[in-house]
Design a protein around this ligand. Structure first.
Ligand code: BES
Ligand code: ZN
Ligand code: ZN
Length: 501
């Protein structure tokens, strides 16, 4: 999509669709909307007076201008209550515009940045939110249909962001650049998460990472099973051995000289989770093609570091394998040794994520880290506890967990903390190993127990947070700026977090 900011009077814009706005409850329109209303002989005011436009957030009304102004149509988007308006509302309003534009078959539009005139948002942040809402909503899932669906609406090809104030245009341009890189990273996560596992194999993921590293001049190391054996990653290897697909860990490094602190990032990369020998029920199993959402998030963060300009070094480690049932699979009752030397008794081969993370945590901490975040679709229990709109966070340092939650707030991604209650450690007590990978029966507090397991593999010296996105990585329905399927959750939070470190 081509997006540009242009200093032009709204009446001089010549586009198939021109977007203005209305706050809820406003009867007398001002600003850009007022200018258009006047040019259209008070048509917008009439619609308001007849209660046909109320300004509810995301409600759209299209009117044809019949040559009264240069643009063919005007769209009035509702912004909701002025007191509740923020960047997230702006994203939603912008997404609603895209939805409507697609519906009426328009591919180009011009818009003001809603709320800037009323000083409800800053110009740069406003343009960023507007573009994010548009680009995220314009996402289309990659399909493999042999014939093109003729009825499918075209995507939006061009957005012109207009204003008469040159200072606003300068700020808009900055917001656009940032939003474009963030949105493209989020949409790339969606592509990977939505991709079938026969296409997105661990090897293919490695290829994508290699290409990215070359483009972005990042240091990359690929660890295959042979190397991982030497490194003592027995837990990871045990999961990989049930699959015919070769498994890998990918390490990406972003180093800037003179930067002393280092952030470690780990993303769970199970390209398909059948459950293994503890096989999952077949209903809904297809969704487990997305069990590499954490890996996709971490990979895509690395892609946009040039734009984020971190003030610290970043080391990312991504373990990639399938979890499959096979004659060679690991089995319940097995005892596996991890990189840390700690042994794990397997209660369920379906609690595989924490095992590959245990080894990845062990490996990444061979370097001196100040902060460490793992992102993982770890537990189905997260959905029971928090539903599909809130990710769970746990960690070993209160301040760092708080920072991550705050980063989520800034990014409009909901994150709630779960307590790593010491008393629950006994739920993972094993007679034959240092720890069990999950509870045997009477499963309770599943998300917390996942976090308690991981904590065993984290040094107390590092600020660590675990983000469980099992419930939030996919959302089947179209909602606001989300298109049904993968959500790309987590990236925007990490962008904010990195900016805070
Ligand atoms: N990949 C799943 C978690 C998951 C569930 C992700 C639903 C996305 C949607 C994970 O590997 C898993 O199977 N976890 C088990 C843990 C249990 C065996 C302790 C679960 O949640 O049931
Ligand atoms: Zn599993
Ligand atoms: Zn899994």
């Amino acid at each position: 999509m081509k997006i540009e900011a242009k200093k032009v009077s709204i009446l001089d814009v010549k586009m198939p669709l021109l977007v203005v706005n209305l706050f809820e409850g406003v009867k007398k329109v001002g600003g850009a909307t007022g200018v258009i209303d006047k040019a259209l002989g008070g048509l917008i005011t009439e619609l308001i007076n007849d209660s046909e436009i109320k300004g509810k957030l995301g409600k759209t009304t299209v009117i044809h201008t019949q040559n009264k102004i240069k643009s063919k149509r005007v769209l009035i988007v509702g912004l909701g209550k002025s007191s509740e308006f923020d960047e997230e509302a702006l994203r939603k309003a912008s997404a609603a515009v895209i939805r409507k534009a697609k519906e009426i078959g328009v591919t180009k539009l011009a818009t003001i940045v809603h709320g800037v005139g009323q000083r409800k948002v800053e110009p740069k942040e406003g343009a960023k939110a507007l573009v994010e809402g548009a680009l995220l909503r314009n996402y289309r899932i990659i399909n493999y249909k042999s014939k093109k669906d003729e009825d499918e609406p075209k995507g939006i090809e061009e957005i012109q962001i207009v204003d008469i104030d040159r200072r606003n245009i300068v700020q808009f341009k900055k917001g656009i650049v940032f939003a474009e890189s963030i949105s493209s990273a989020v949409n790339d996560i969606k592509n990977l998460v939505n991709m079938p596992s026969n296409e997105l194999t661990p090897k293919k993921f490695v290829d994508i990472a290699q290409k990215l590293a070359k483009e972005k001049k990042l240091k990359i190391e690929i660890f295959d099973i042979k190397k991982l054996k030497r490194m003592g990653a027995e837990a990871f290897i045990s999961i990989a051995q049930g699959s015919k697909m070769p498994a890998y860990m990918v390490k990406l490094s972003y180093n800037v000289s003179g930067r002393k602190k280092t952030l470690g990032l780990i993303g769970k990369g199970i390209t398909f989770d059948s459950g293994g020998i503890s096989i999952k029920p077949s209903k809904g199993m297809w969704e487990m093609k997305g069990d590499m959402a954490g890996a996709a998030t971490v990979l895509n963060i690395m892609k946009i570091l040039d734009e984020i300009k971190p003030k610290l070094n970043i080391e990312a480690l991504i373990p990639l394998t399938e979890n499959m049932p096979d004659g060679g699979s690991y089995k319940p009752g097995d005892v596996l040794k991890t990189v840390s030397g700690k042994t794990v008794e397997i209660m369920s081969t379906d609690a595989e994520g924490r095992l590959i993370l245990a080894d990845a945590l062990g490996l990444i901490q061979k370097e001196k880290l100040d902060y460490l975040v793992d992102v993982a679709t770890l537990t189905g229990a997260a959905k029971i506890a928090l539903g599909s709109k809130i990710s769970a966070v746990m960690g070993n340092k209160e301040d760092f967990v708080k920072k991550l939650i705050l980063a989520g707030k800034k990014a409009s991604e909901n994150i709630w903390q779960m307590p790593l209650l010491k008393d629950y450690r006994e739920l993972l007590k094993s007679k034959v190993a240092d720890i069990r990978n999950c509870q045997d029966t009477n499963k309770q507090a599943g998300t917390i127990v996942g976090g308690i397991f991981l904590k065993e593999f984290v040094s107390d010296e590092v600020n660590w947070a675990h983000l469980d996105i099992a419930a939030t990585a996919c959302f089947e329905k179209d909602k606001d700026y989300q298109v049904g399927g993968a959500t790309g959750v987590g990236l925007r939070t990490l962008v904010e977090l990195i900016g805070m470190l």
